[in-house]
Design a protein around this ligand. Structure first.
Ligand code: ZN
Length: 403
């Protein structure tokens, strides 16, 4: 098919070419979306997607510029035999590999140290594009429920490492393709977008693409362009989350409302699942603080001293609203009771994010598991299937502890 001046093709073995129809249609829509988002039209005359038989335990697809390779299950979709989740999987992989045509191919990291620039960004972009083109799939909430949780589980143990680390050997290149690079990278890119706002973040990406196309980069060059587009320096926040490992914890120690404005007391600590991961560490944690039925405000919390944050409204305080920031949040007793009471009024991202935070905080010994169960009790027959999927996975984890 034609996507503007670009010829998009699917190449398969004989007899299954019809199963490429879904990917072909998705690629056409994605190409238009990416051309606009990146501000640099795809520069090659064609983009082929090649389906190879078989599979690999190491990868599903490879983003060769203009000739993307896929194993058949990641590209071909047979509506008669494949579940709906298979269609979503094809869309995710195509969106990911096509994002690499810009992040990876048009602009390439200078060395493997910055692999996360390729993989974290492509992983985030696949969710971003999917949430725009297929909003009913709720990709943002799925990312909170699974990618963010997966990253935090890895990142909250002594085995973690910073997103950016020096690579010297071939073995280290292989090791770099891990959950920190992909899932934490995705979460940190998402955090930068939610901190700067969609438009300023996109403008920063456009500046970066325009400046470095056909060139090589290091991560700081991205922060420079994002800071320029946003009119504020985001390097300190970005460095805290990419040059050191670990998961921050924002704790609420009190809230009081006067004259229609709530003042929330917050401090920053660290979330860890083992002793080495609980040693003190400092981050500048950006997060949105909101009240149910009231206003919202962006704050940065850093260090153990209390940061007072003022937000309009006297309703239930929601920490890290939208769960856009890469942090756990711990409520005080009154704050948590209010969250349980108003659970149904939260967004789906906040509902699954609260289930994840409360379960994770119990596993780390920061609060009692009864808090998680109080939230889980609010999941009912009318809840989203994603909430039930999260509950099932948490209960599965608990069952495993007793086996
Ligand atoms: Zn990739």
């Amino acid at each position: 098919v034609k996507g503007g001046p670009v010829e998009i093709g699917v190449i398969t073995r004989k007899g299954v070419v019809d199963q490429g129809d879904y990917a072909l249609g998705a690629a056409k829509r994605l190409l238009a979306y990416y051309n606009d988002y990146f501000g640099q039209p795809y520069p090659l005359p064609k983009m082929d997607m090649i389906a190879g038989p078989g599979s690999s335990q190491f990868f599903g697809a490879m983003e060769n510029w203009g000739a993307i390779f896929y194993f058949e299950p990641t590209l071909l979709f047979d509506a008669a035999r494949t579940a709906e989740s298979g269609r979503q999987q094809v869309h995710s992989v195509v969106a990911h590999e096509m994002a690499h045509q810009w992040f990876g191919d048009l602009v390439t990291m200078g060395w493997w140290d910055d692999l996360w620039l390729n993989e974290g960004f492509a992983s985030w972009m696949e969710g971003k594009a999917t949430s725009v083109l297929n909003p009913t799939w709720k990709a943002d909430a799925v990312a909170v429920a699974y990618e963010r949780e997966g990253a935090m589980q890895l990142d909250a143990t002594a085995a973690t490492h910073p997103i950016i680390r020096h690579v010297q050997t071939v073995d280290e290149i292989g090791q770099a393709f891990d959950g920190i690079t992909y899932s934490k990278g995705q979460a940190v890119i998402g955090m930068m977008e939610s901190t700067l706002g969609e438009v300023k973040f996109r403008d920063g990406i456009r500046r970066y693409m325009a400046k470095y196309k056909y060139g090589n980069t290091v991560t700081d060059q991205l922060w420079t362009e994002l800071s320029a587009a946003a009119g504020r320096d985001v390097t300190k926040i970005a460095h805290d989350f990419t040059l050191q490992g670990g998961v921050p914890l924002v704790t609420m120690t009190g809230a009081r409302c006067a004259g229609g404005v709530t003042t929330v007391s917050l401090s920053q600590g660290r979330y860890g699942l083992d002793a080495p991961s609980k040693t003190a560490q400092t981050w500048h944690v950006p997060l949105v603080v909101a009240t149910v039925g009231g206003g919202s405000t962006s704050a940065v919390v850093s260090g153990a001293q209390v940061t007072p944050v003022k937000v309009k409204g006297c309703g239930t305080v929601v920490l890290n609203r939208g769960k856009g920031s890469y942090t756990r949040v711990l409520y005080d007793e009154a704050g948590h009771s209010a969250i349980v009471r108003d659970y149904a009024k939260l967004t789906l991202e906040d509902r699954v994010g609260t289930l994840g935070d409360d379960f994770g905080l119990a596993l780390g010994g920061y609060q009692d598991l009864t808090r998680y169960f109080a939230v889980q009790d609010r999941v009912n027959a009318g809840s989203d299937p994603l909430e039930w999927s999260v509950v099932a996975s948490k209960l599965g984890t608990l069952t495993g502890l007793f086996d």
